[in-house]
Design a binder for this molecule. Structure first.
Ligand code: SAM
Length: 336
């Protein structure tokens, strides 16, 4: 245990640590470190961390949130991309024997293997499953559908079941996320069969609002539908820029995503539904019919789109932002 006044959440301790190591903040890695113990306690409460839990922290930075996680959780795996932070973490986390720091890009990290202790800080082979690498080539929804389809055959590898012990290894993911890759990280975690009960993260306030938004609200869009298909959302706290060093230009918020046991809607082809959803929000000020027919890859004519809306009892000038997930599921089944 480290006394709270000596933890990195005390801004003076953070400044001293950064000066001691001559550390330079890297904008390209989204480095805005927390300097507020109240905010960190709110994150821990929202994530509901106890000694029973294995926690994966994405981007420990100099270890500010990690110090609290180490004291609250049974085991912490902290995945950090910036190797310059490793000596600092070795120092700031030296009081804890339940933290493993892993120098990796989280987008290329197989979390099932991570939480079975298969990666060490150095020397471990590259993981063979990634949470985000493929997204450049294929859409997130397509990957999600494939992962679900494969889940039957790859359950042992992808659902965190240790093949040797047959024990289910689950984790909670907690992070003050680098804002430049928030969406790929969140969608990778939700769509891949990552063995995480919940994901509690600090993100840009506007992104948190988009994830939790209900139909008809200003921020409702494709991200709201994608996140809510996989998880329940809970907005836990708003966090102002002065809780970070350096201060970000935007406000932040803590959001918890709790994985659903099964999706809230039944749909014949989820990947197709997410293509329909994306097209419907592509041109926000246009009607849904125009959004759909203006996406040549879908091959949907104006007449087909109008006929489907009529069958659903919806206006032909309806906009995407008013449709619920249930309605998008019906629409995508009608347009198959
Ligand atoms: N957790 C620390 C805190 O709250 O003070 C630091 C949070 S800072 C917003 C984001 C951290 O994520 C940085 O340490 C950054 O180097 C790290 N990071 C950025 N991209 C990453 C990636 N692809 N994989 C793992 N870590 C990454």
């Amino acid at each position: 245990m480290i006394d709270d006044t000596k933890k990195l959440s005390n801004p003076q301790v953070t400044i001293e640590t950064i000066q001691k190591y001559g550390f330079q903040f890297q904008k390209r890695f989204g480095q805005n470190f927390l300097i507020d113990g109240h905010v960190i306690r709110k994150i821990l409460r929202a994530a509901d961390i106890s000694k029973e839990d294995t926690v994966v922290e994405i981007g420990p930075g100099i270890g500010t949130l990690t110090q609290y996680l180490a004291e609250a959780a049974g085991k912490v795996y902290a995945v950090e991309i910036d190797e310059k932070l490793l000596p600092i973490l070795g120092d700031t986390l030296s009081a804890y024997d339940n933290v493993s720091v892993v120098n990796r890009d989280i987008l290329k990290c197989d979390i099932s293997r991570l939480i079975r202790g298969e990666y060490s800080r150095d020397g471990a082979p590259e993981p063979d499953m990634t949470i985000g690498e493929e997204s450049k080539a294929r859409s997130g929804a397509e990957r999600g559908a494939e992962a679900r389809a494969e889940a039957g055959t790859k359950a042992e590898a992808v659902n965190g079941i240790d093949a040797k012990t047959e024990e289910k290894v689950m984790c909670k993911i907690v992070a003050n996320l680098p804002y430049y890759i928030t969406t790929p990280i969140i969608m990778g975690l939700l769509e891949g069969q990552v063995p995480a009960e919940s994901i509690t993260v600090m993100v840009q306030k506007e992104v948190a609002e988009r994830m939790a938004a209900a139909p008809g609200s200003k921020t409702y869009g494709a991200l709201s539908l994608a996140v809510q298909y996989y998880a329940y959302t809970y907005l836990a706290a708003n966090v102002p820029p002065n809780c970070f060093m350096p201060r970000p230009a935007v406000g932040s918020a803590v959001i918890r995503l709790t994985r659903r046991a099964k999706p809230p809607v039944e749909v014949a082809d989820a990947a197709w539904m997410f293509r329909i959803i994306r097209a419907s929000f592509n041109e926000r000020r246009k009607t849904l019919v125009n959004g759909l027919r203006n996406d040549p890859a879908l091959g949907i004519s104006k007449e087909q789109a109008e006929e489907a809306l009529q069958k659903m009892g919806l206006s032909l000038t309806v906009r995407g932002e008013t449709l619920s997930l249930e309605q998008f599921a019906s629409l995508s089944d009608l347009l198959r």
